[in-house]
Design a protein around this ligand. Sequence first.
Ligand code: FES
Length: 111
Amino acid sequence: MDYIKIAQTSDFIVDQKKKVSYEGNEILLTKIEGRYYAIDNKCTHMGGSLYDGNLDGNTIVCPRHGSAFDVRTGKVVKQGKILFIKVRVPDTRSYLVKVEGTDIFINPSLE
Ligand code: FES
């Protein structure tokens, strides 16, 4: 499958993150130190919206139970907790991103 356009660079003038939809899937797009990254927006634990979490450097923290994901790779960097019990959270999907001019694309078939 080819790359699909999902955003524009002008979307990141104020914010470092943006939530976009592609064929029913929500994707979290971030801009970190001038580069763009895309991962699934839905937390792999219980579906929290990662877009609603805090972005701290390369890490987005799920607002529901605190699991943290590296937005560059989709890898879990910290397991969240429910009360005092750690939850088991798998990595999330990341997407290849490319920029052409002012257009941002992802390739949904390649990670
Ligand atoms: S829903 Fe994200 S850590 Fe539980």
